[in-house]
Ligand binder design. Structure first.
Ligand SMILES: [Zn+2]
Length: 217
């Protein structure tokens, strides 16, 4: 009478036979798979690509979210990791930390696989996703034309400035008020709401702006 143990033994034996034997579909499949893995490891390009993928994955963990947001680990070539950065400031900053980043990366990779890191200022791929700006360019702001009502409001504010005796200070405040009025117009054009109490342009889910909400509606 056969016990379950005998069955297991039999399956085990047949598996071993298939794996050891030169014939049999499983053995062939495994040999094939192992051959292609070792081929990939031997092939310079594939090994580099694998290294690059791993280094890219670990890059964000090693440098942290802030630096990761301003950089992109792109590829590994000849043991050198190429990293694109948002600006020369970031390249410089990260260069200062290069020995530590290298040590940390290689700790993740298991060996001293990456020998150097080159930083290049490039347009980051993640930046190409269009975002709605909340801040206009200065030229854009200057070219805003106020509505008659907005111009009236601004004029009333500017008239208050006659009490300021210092010409330079008065000019500066006047200039600032004019730009603020244009910024408000620009933001309302882009979907900002008008605070129902103080008329400030605001971008919250409430009908009152943050200041009016904090000071009590
Ligand atoms: Zn308000």
């Amino acid at each position: 009478m056969k016990s379950p143990l005998d069955d297991a033994k039999q399956i085990d034996e047949s598996l071993r036979h298939r794996l050891q034997g030169k014939q049999g579909p499983l053995a062939n499949d495994l040999t094939q798979a192992m051959r292609s893995v070792s081929h990939a490891m031997e092939s310079h390009e594939n090994a580099e690509q694998l290294q690059g993928n791993l280094a890219t994955l670990y890059w964000e963990r090693v440098v942290g979210p802030q630096a990761a947001g301003a950089t992109e680990a792109e590829s590994v070539n000849g043991g050198v990791l190429f990293v694109n950065t948002k600006s020369s400031v970031w390249s410089h900053e990260l260069t200062l930390y290069k020995p530590r980043i290298l040590a940390e990366l290689n700790r993740f990779l298991g060996k001293s696989r990456i020998t150097d890191i080159r930083f290049r200022v490039r347009k980051l791929k993640k930046e190409s996703v269009p975002i709605v700006p909340e801040t206009p360019l200065l030229e854009e702001l200057k070219s805003v034309i106020l509505e008659p009502a907005e111009r009236g409001q601004l004029r009333a504010q500017l008239e208050e400035l006659i009490y300021i005796k210092d010409d330079v200070i008065r000019e500066k405040i006047a200039h600032r008020l004019a730009l603020d009025a244009k910024l408000r117009h620009w933001r309302i054009e882009r979907g900002w709401k008008v605070c129902t109490r103080c008329q400030a342009a605001q971008n919250t889910e409430y009908s009152l702006c943050p200041v009016c909400r904090l000071t009590g509606g």
